[in-house]
Design a protein around this ligand. Structure first.
Ligand SMILES: C[S@@+](CC[C@H](N)C(=O)[O-])C[C@H]1O[C@@H](n2cnc3c(N)ncnc32)[C@H](O)[C@@H]1O
Length: 126
């Protein structure tokens, strides 16, 4: 199974998922140089071999090989991102958006997380 965090920031989610799911290949892609560098170092020092940080722009990254793609971005890219996700992701895969909806496309499932932010995970299955 392959998991991708698009916009992986400092790599906190990658560390968590990688630790909880050692049999899953966990990747993150980040375009901001400093957070990427910090995540890369952090993962190199503390994460298992199943976790990897990639440097780049997710708009140019092929999503067809992932079983789960996760995003925690902003409202602005969600419509265009969903078009990319729909075009590239394979049957049986899922897209998870932390907090941000896709205009006019209801998610298949919403998970309410019991945290301080009252986070909602919006899930689309393909
Ligand atoms: C709110 S942070 C999310 C960090 C992490 N995924 C999490 O859930 O804790 C969003 C990140 O997306 C990155 N980002 C935004 N647009 C991007 C793009 N086109 N390609 C790669 N990373 C991008 C930002 O630099 C930022 O680090």
């Amino acid at each position: 199974m392959r998991f991708l965090d698009i916009g992986s920031g400092l790599g906190g989610l990658l560390m968590f998922v990688g630790r909880e799911r050692p049999n899953v290949t966990v990747e993150g892609i980040e375009s901001a140089p400093l957070p990427f560098a910090m995540a890369w170092l952090r993962l190199k020092l503390t994460a298992g071999p199943n976790v990897r940080a990639l440097y780049g722009d997710f708009w140019g990254h092929d999503l067809s090989d992932y079983d789960v793609v996760y995003a925690f971005l902003s409202p602005a890219p969600m419509a265009a991102l969903f078009e990319k996700v729909k075009k590239e992701m394979k049957p049986g895969s899922m897209f998870i958006s932390n907090s941000f909806a896709v205009p006019e496309v209801a998610p298949d499932e919403i998970i309410k997380v019991d945290d301080k932010r009252k986070t909602q995970l919006l899930i689309w299955r393909f």
